[in-house]
Design a protein around this ligand. Structure first.
Ligand SMILES: C[S@@+](CC[C@H](N)C(=O)[O-])C[C@H]1O[C@@H](n2cnc3c(N)ncnc32)[C@H](O)[C@@H]1O
Length: 278
């Protein structure tokens, strides 16, 4: 069995998380969008809400809004926090917070000098290179980071911290691109495309250096546990510990009706992680 990686400590316990599930389920019932396909479901909304509620930051910077459902939950977790909401496509946002500041350019291109970096939580659900996000965050002086879609080596569309720690690198090939016809199409297209393609730009060679640098700059790396673990992953294969090392789930069976939603949406889990920088 491959153990999941854990570095440093967090100021909460799994028991604290279990005790908060009921309160969250009541908030989840009141969510503005019933269908948030393409965004976080109950397991990850719970994890991000719980961490924010526990850390109580003055400022939250959210990158990757989709319909804006996460923003609504962050307001429930930290009613007094100043929200900065970023998405390269704000047209899709259905829930807009009155108090938030919205941006349609990348996190790395925004001037954060007026924000108290140490009292801010960065929340990334923008499917960008997580390793580069850590470097940029460090440059700005931020300390607390949350990463959604912390994909294991064989999955996902971005270079995640889980991939970094696995020394896996990242080859941005979707299952569609993986098909033979797409491979031929890609090869033909590359003959007429002398400049580097986005795929080539995003490619990361398998390496140990990135993990070494992360370890040197991270005080805590904590993969947040799933509420329930199902037999199969969201990709339909076996959720085994060798391919998908996972922290122990908070619950093993539904004992109370409010817990059912976490089981119904359990396969949406993607190893969300909390990072505290040195
Ligand atoms: C998975 S969705 C976010 C889901 C959302 N957090 C939720 O749970 O409802 C990813 C979002 O990232 C946005 N995105 C893509 N590149 C981005 C970037 N560089 N900066 C910010 N957002 C970006 C996309 O437009 C998309 O809305």
């Amino acid at each position: 069995m491959t153990d999941y990686l854990h570095i440093g400590t967090v100021p909460w316990t799994d028991e604290d998380m279990r005790k908060s599930l009921k309160e969250f389920s009541e908030i989840y019932e009141r969510r503005p969008m019933r269908d948030n396909t393409g965004g976080m479901q109950a397991p990850h909304m719970f994890l991000s809400w719980f961490v924010l509620k526990t850390l109580r930051p003055k400022t939250i910077i959210e990158s990757g809004l989709w319909l804006g459902q996460g923003t609504w939950f962050f307001e429930q977790a930290c009613p007094g926090a100043q929200l900065h909401c970023i998405d390269i496509n704000l047209d899709r946002v259905q829930y807009r917070s009155k108090g938030a500041i919205y941006y349609n350019r990348d996190f790395s291109m925004i001037d954060w000098s007026s924000v108290s970096a140490q009292e801010t939580v960065l929340f990334f659900d923008d499917h960008q290179n997580a390793y580069q996000r850590v470097m940029t965050a460090k440059w700005f002086g931020f300390v607390h980071l949350l990463f959604e879609d912390n994909y294991p080596p064989s999955r996902g569309d971005c270079y995640s911290l889980k991939k970094v720690f696995s020394h896996a690198g990242f080859a941005p090939i979707s299952s569609e691109e993986n098909s033979l016809s797409s491979a031929i199409k890609g090869k033909l297209a590359s003959l007429f495309r002398p400049v580097a393609s986005p795929v080539a730009i995003n490619y990361v060679q398998p390496n140990t250096v990135d993990a070494q640098y992360l370890r040197g700059n991270i005080e805590t790396y904590h993969e947040l546990p799933p509420v329930f673990k199902t037999t199969n992953t969201r990709w339909g294969d076996l959720w085994d510990e060798h391919t998908y090392p996972t922290p122990t789930p908070l619950l093993s069976s539904v004992e109370e009706p409010y817990q059912q939603v976490f089981l119904d949406e359990a396969a949406s889990y993607t190893w969300m992680s909390y990072v505290k920088l040195k």
